[in-house]
Unconditional design. Structure first.
Length: 223
């Protein structure tokens, strides 16, 4: 499994590379945004670890460009601050998860496992709920005839909902299952993601599938 680290701080990049290589990943380093785009654009990586503050082109711009070019490689963003605004800016750009600097290697490793698991996970049969269909092999999703483009985390969230239809899932369960985060503050991000997913799945549909259960969480149901 190949991972690209886009990070201009040499010490941090070397620390990540060494740790991940010990866990059996192949790791390349790009030291600025432009180099990051050039390397990631070839599409041979299973995960991008992207610093936000980068010379030549910042991490958010890099992720935005890759998503516009239809590159869906999962992105773990490294931020200097963990305010909700910063995190949402990263998610809006198309990142899948984030880690605040400074971080312990164990935290990085857990995020990397969560983001890459799907590419090595056992593949299952197609999932269906109402007129929603998901192909776990190709990661394609359709509502009726319309194909829906999802980021890796939106896909993970929808997959969790589709594997547990008509079941209320708490934010804590979603955070643990989809992100491996267990912090209370992270639940804001779940709400942001559910809104992204709703816009893609339920917008302009007479029958809404993703429902909020006040004080409890979210549920996939067709009534
Ligand atoms: Ca930096």
């Amino acid at each position: 499994m190949r991972i690209l680290v886009v990070e201009d701080e040499k010490k941090v990049a070397a620390f990540i590379k060494r740790g991940l290589e010990e866990e059996g990943y192949q790791v390349d380093i790009a030291s600025d945004g432009a180099e990051g785009i050039a390397m990631a654009g070839e599409g041979q990586y299973e995960l991008l670890i992207m610093d936000v503050m980068l010379p030549r082109k910042d991490g958010l711009a890099v992720v935005r460009e890759l998503r516009q070019a239809d590159r869906r490689t999962p992105v773990l963003m490294l931020t200097a601050r963990d305010t909700t605004d910063d995190i949402v800016a990263g998610l809006d750009a198309g990142s899948d998860d984030y880690l605040t600097k400074p971080f312990a290697f164990a935290e990085l490793s857990a995020r990397v496992r969560a983001l890459t698991r799907r590419s090595v996970m056992e593949r299952g049969a197609e999932l269906c709920f109402a007129d929603l269909r998901m192909d776990p092999v190709s990661h394609q999703v359709w509502r009726g005839e319309r194909e829906i483009d999802l980021t890796a985390k939106e896909y993970g969230l929808l997959e969790l909902l589709m594997r547990n239809p008509n079941t209320v899932l708490s934010r804590t369960v979603i955070a643990e299952q989809v992100w491996e985060h267990t912090f209370d503050t992270f639940t804001n991000i779940i709400d942001v993601y559910v809104n992204y997913l709703r816009k893609k799945v339920d917008k302009d549909q007479a029958c809404k599938l993703i429902h909020t259960v006040r004080g409890q969480g979210y549920v996939l149901r067709d009534v």
